[in-house]
Design a protein around this ligand. Structure first.
Ligand code: NI
Length: 167
C-alpha cells in the first residue's frame, strides 16, 4: 500500500467530474486500499478519488472514533434524502479551514462494493454529511461552494496565509 498525494484547493483538477467505475479488478482493490491508507494517514474521515487525482466514482469514509469502520462506496447514487442539518465541515483539500454547511439529515445511497456487488447504505447525522460531501467531490464540487462569496473569500484568504506561514 502507499499513500497518495492529495490535491489542494484551488487546484483546478478538483473540478473534474468523475467517471463511473466499470471494471472491478485487482487494480481497483489496490486503489481502494491506498485511499484508506491516505485517509487514515491524513486523519481524515472521508476521501474522494477526485482528491487524489483519480477521476473515477470512488469514495471512502470512516466516521468512527476508533477508526475501524472503513466504508467504500463505488458509483454511489442518492436514492432518498430528507431532513436538514448544519454541520461544521472540513476537507483534506482545504487544510485548516472549517465552515458550517447545511445538508440533508438522512440519505439512502445505492452503490457498489469493491467486487461490484450492489449495496444500499442508509446514513444519518455526521455520516450522512460525510457521504454527501464526498459525493460532491466526485461531481467536481467542494464544500466552500455552499458559502456566501464573502465568507468563502475570508476562509480562502486564511488558508493562503497558513500555507505561506508553513512554507
Ligand atoms: Ni473534502
Amino acid at each position: 500500500m502507499s499513500t497518495l498525494a492529495i490535491l489542494e484547493f484551488p487546484d483546478p483538477r478538483l473540478r473534474t467530474v468523475a467517471a463511473p467505475v466499470t471494471v472491478f479488478d485487482a487494480e481497483l482493490k489496490q486503489f481502494v486500499a491506498d485511499m484508506y491508507e491516505t485517509m487514515y494517514a491524513a486523519n481524515g474521515v472521508g476521501l474522494a478519488a477526485t482528491q487524489v487525482n483519480v477521476h473515477k466514482r470512488v469514495l471512502v469514509a470512516d466516521m468512527s472514533d476508533e477508526r475501524n469502520q472503513p466504508m467504500v462506496l463505488i458509483n454511489p447514487e442518492i436514492l432518498e434524502k430528507d431532513g436538514q442539518q448544519v454541520y461544521q465541515e472540513g476537507c483534506l483539500s482545504f487544510p485548516g479551514i472549517y465552515a458550517d454547511v447545511t445538508r440533508a439529515l438522512h440519505v439512502k445511497v445505492r452503490a457498489q462494493d469493491v467486487d461490484g456487488n450492489e449495496i444500499v447504505v442508509e446514513a444519518e447525522g455526521p455520516l450522512a454529511v460525510c457521504i454527501q460531501h464526498e459525493m460532491d467531490h466526485l461531481a467536481g464540487k467542494v464544500f466552500v461552494d455552499y458559502l456566501s462569496p464573502l465568507k468563502r473569500g475570508m476562509l480562502l484568504k486564511r488558508m493562503e496565509k497558513q500555507r505561506k506561514a508553513s512554507a
